[in-house]
Design a protein around this ligand. Structure first.
Ligand code: SAH
Ligand code: SF4
Ligand code: F3S
Length: 462
């Protein structure tokens, strides 16, 4: 009987991507099929995140919950991968001795062998090494995704172009969990994208912790930058839209900014985390840029692409953040006008330099700051939505709307979801999924956009 695989994913899109690859490698090498139900599984994998304490603790409570399954089903294997595995290694077995396999983000391609070794020896297997970019050479080509697209909506897929981070911001575990920045060669990235185009994919999102630090080699062995890679991908017939995430202000070169002017296929959305609007805090975080430099980047990006939407990450309550520092962040938010953000309270991570920094700000003050920041950004989000009223947007139809199966949902260039009635009959509507369509924005209900289809026929041809 076919063995069943259940994967639970925590954390960022890099983890989502990696989970997809785990499913691929186990399908191709071990003949396993995915299941949504842990109780049906023969292998349960947790792909974990350690960015904040809460994320890490959740993994251990979820592990506790699958423990009874292990007792009830002989032969069930439990694996822990991702960033918690990478940081904790063997310690995981001490806290959860029923875990069979511990693997890191760079060793997931070895899962079939590790699971097999565990079955034959009956002993837990641990491999959290960083064998550079080796994993990509051992993973099935993206075409296998077709049968089971865990990541990405119809017509769009993620492609990892670099791994790791070499920035060492003082609060962050990522360089320790994922290793230093390593870029995939241009040829490998292009091969993945060509395979996706052959599957009918029209939009790709390039993934990495700092995609704009990309520094890969081209066919001649010359080093090329991210701007080069973007243009090379945009030149491929079949790719209609390109996105990337996440980028770092320090690597936002003028060459990259110029791509916004020269390359319409590059989406009008930039996620550029700033974390804080205070130079003092940015320095303590070791972000490597000032508030003025960040503003200068945004000004130049907007000059190149006036309708671009900017989103960011913020950390509130970093050690030593004063009222004045926080007001500086609020001022930056007012000055820039963001459309959405990921904002969280600072969480001390063991082993990072910031975890040693003193902080006297009471928790309730930090929480109040976070609420204020999130409310202000929600207002800005509404303003962006209202400004889109009446505009015509080219959307990639991703599927049906969450609340109404007869409605379609599409993503705009600036990364907004629009719900709109599809064609008159449901078969024609369904056929539009995975294609581009033109939609006029007719209504804004809080952040949610509603629209009307403008060009059903061209949409079908697109
Ligand atoms: N490489 C990206 C972000 C990757 S981590 C960048 O530097 O911009 C995603 C986000 O998690 C960060 O932008 C930061 O806002 C948040 N984060 C990281 N460590 C954190 C911590 N210790 N506490 C709270 N938030 C944290
Ligand atoms: Fe973490 Fe900083 Fe690297 Fe982003 S740039 S992943 S915040 S160390
Ligand atoms: Fe979390 Fe690791 Fe991503 S810590 S945010 S899963 S890189």
């Amino acid at each position: 009987m076919t063995q069943k695989l259940y994967i639970k994913t925590y954390g960022c899109q890099m983890n989502e991507y990696d989970s997809d690859k785990m499913a691929d490698v186990l399908r191709v090498c071990s003949g396993m099929e995915p299941t949504e139900k842990p109780e049906d599984a023969d292998v349960i994998l947790f792909n974990t995140c350690s960015i904040r304490e809460k994320a890490e603790e959740k993994v251990f409570s979820d592990l506790g919950r699958v423990r009874p399954l292990k007792l009830a089903k002989a032969g069930l294997l439990i694996g822990v991968g991702g960033c918690v595995a990478s940081l904790e290694g063997e310690t995981i077995l001490r806290r959860a001795p029923y875990v069979d396999v511990v693997f890191g983000p760079q060793t997931l391609h070895r899962l079939p062998q590790m699971l097999q070794a565990c079955r034959t020896t009956g002993r837990p297997q641990i491999d959290i090494s960083f064998p550079e970019i080796e994993k990509f050479d051992h993973l099935p080509a993206p075409a296998f995704n077709l049968q089971n697209p865990i990541v990405g909506a119809q017509g769009q897929r993620f492609v990892s172009i670099m791994e790791g981070c070499s920035k060492y911001c003082t609060y962050c575990v990522v360089p320790y969990t994922r290793g230093e920045e390593v870029s995939r060669p241009v040829r490998d990235v292009m091969a993945d994208i060509l395979a996706l185009i052959a599957m009918g994919v029209k939009e790709v999102t390039l993934l990495g912790q700092n995609v704009n630090a990309y520094c890969g080699v081209d066919e001649e062995g010359e080093q090329v930058d991210f701007a080069y890679l973007l243009q090379a991908i945009a030149a491929l017939q079949g790719i209609e839209r390109l996105r990337y995430t996440t980028s770092h202000p320090r690597d936002m070169t003028q060459r990259l900014i110029d791509v916004y002017a020269s390359t319409p296929k590059l989406a009008s959305h930039l996620h550029l985390p700033v974390q804080s609007g205070s130079d003092r805090i940015l320095a303590a975080m070791k972000r490597g840029h000032t508030v003025l430099e960040y503003k200068s980047i945004i000004r130049r990006v907007r000059a190149a692409r006036p309708d671009i939407c900017i989103t960011s990450d913020f950390i509130v309550g970093f050690p030593g953040e004063t009222e004045q520092d926080f007001e500086a962040t609020m001022k930056l938010i007012d000055d820039i006008g963001f459309d959405n953000s990921f904002s969280y309270l600072y969480s001390p991570r063991p082993g990072t330099p910031a975890a040693e920094m003193r902080c006297d700000t009471p928790p309730e003050v930090k929480s109040a700051r976070l609420i204020r920041l999130q409310e202000r950004i929600a207002q800005q989000e509404d303003a962006v939505a209202l400004a889109m009223l009446g505009s015509v947007q080219r959307v990639l139809v991703e599927g049906t709307a969450k609340k109404d199966a007869l409605e379609l949902a599409g993503r705009t260039s600036n990364n907004r979801i629009v719900n709109f009635p599809g064609a008159a009959d449901s078969a024609t509507s369904q056929a539009m999924i995975g294609s581009f369509a033109e939609v006029v924005i007719t209504q804004v209900v809080r952040h949610t956009l509603r629209g009307e289809l403008l060009t059903p026929n061209t949409a079908l041809k697109a």
